[in-house]
Design a protein around this ligand. Structure first.
Ligand code: NCD
Length: 337
């Protein structure tokens, strides 16, 4: 592990000649080109070493303010955004907004306008409604990162998953990835499907038909209803949490039966390729979608995903702030002439 006392800036080369990242916000993977994705992954790869240094703090965002606005509970995502901002030298404020009786739209816009008046440079938002981050981006003057909006997108999770795959398997291209479980309620699944397809992976989903959104094939996935059919030939097995808080009515017969058919245990994992990576975005329900033996086993990269989350978020924050600075410089140059 590289140990150095002086933190160096994240060094990176743009992946393609003449390429410029041009997004001020990160609202979804669907807005990004394969070049944008590769650029963020390259930069995040370089950022990993910053967190492994003795002194982890950079100064590139000194004097900048990042506000984390979480309308839904979160452990890993919120803390990793907080650490990422702090390691870049920004001032980070966490606002955990419990769900209130005020109508969703009103709460979000009112809060956004209040925060906007405090002149932040970056807002990181998680909300239970799809499209919330986009709405916010239209109302505020700073960069916005979507940290999960309903069952729509969770772009930084998909990017950190791709970074994990790339660092373990060399590339995302041509890997066969199975995303298993509660696809219906999962923004992680949606963002991953779009990203993995953009980078040339083969994507499968494995789930009972009650947990699959209709028309999922249109996103470019192969659909399986049995682990036995979908796991053979897989290089990566990505398990998803059963999101019971989003379920209306009984979509699964019982947790016991769900684990029997769709839970990843050592026996089912043997059906995938030898040394296939086991991933999970967390939080895990042990004994529901994954056994402890597999979650803590030799093929699991679940803790690596958490480490990559910080690096990836550092890269995203730095890139968006730089882009936003560049765009506002252009705007003030134009108004001066
Ligand atoms: C995911 C989320 O919130 O969408 N978790 C995460 O960000 N690490 C998945 C989940 O809640 O199951």
């Amino acid at each position: 592990m590289a140990q150095s006392k002086t933190p160096s800036p994240i060094e990176f080369e743009p992946p393609y000649p003449g390429y410029v990242f041009s997004h001020q916000h990160l609202l979804g993977i669907a807005d990004l080109s394969p070049h944008d994705i590769t650029h963020l992954l390259d930069r995040a790869h370089e950022a990993v070493s910053v967190s492994r240094q003795v002194e982890k703090k950079k100064v590139t965002l000194r004097g900048r303010t990042q506000i984390n606005l979480f309308f839904e509970s979160s452990t890993r995502t919120q803390s990793s955004f907080e650490l990422a901002g702090k390691r870049l030298g920004a001032d980070v404020m966490n606002m955990s907004v419990g769900s209130s009786s005020v109508k969703k739209g009103e709460t979000l816009i009112d809060t956004a306008m209040t925060l906007n008046a405090m002149q932040p440079d970056l807002l990181v938002v998680r909300h239970h409604s799809a499209g919330a981050a986009e709405l916010l981006a239209q109302k505020v003057g700073c960069s916005v990162i979507n940290a999960g909006d309903g069952a729509h997108e969770h772009p930084t999770q998909a990017l950190l998953d791709a970074l994990t795959i790339r660092r373990h398997l060399g590339s995302v291209e041509r890997q066969t990835v199975a995303i298993c479980g509660d696809i219906l309620h999962s923004r992680v699944a949606r963002s991953n499907i779009i990203l993995l397809n953009a980078l040339g992976a083969r994507v499968r989903v494995i789930a009972p038909s009650t947990l699959l959104p209709s028309g999922i094939e249109r996103l470019g996935v192969e659909v399986f209803n049995r682990m036995e059919d979908g796991l053979p030939g897989c290089d990566v097995v990505m398990m998803l949490r059963l999101q019971r808080e989003r379920m209306e009515g009984a979509l699964i017969p019982s947790v016991r039966e769900y684990f029997h058919y769709f839970g990843l245990d050592a026996k089912k994992l043997k059906m995938a390729n030898p040394n296939a990576l086991v991933m999970h975005p967390g939080p895990m329900n042990r004994g529901v979608e994954i056994s402890s033996e597999v979650a803590d086993g030799a093929q699991s990269v679940i803790q690596v995903q958490v480490e990559m989350g910080v690096a990836l978020r550092m890269a995203v924050i730095e890139t968006l702030i730089e882009t936003s600075d560049r765009l506002s410089q252009k705007r003030s140059h134009r108004s001066a002439v």
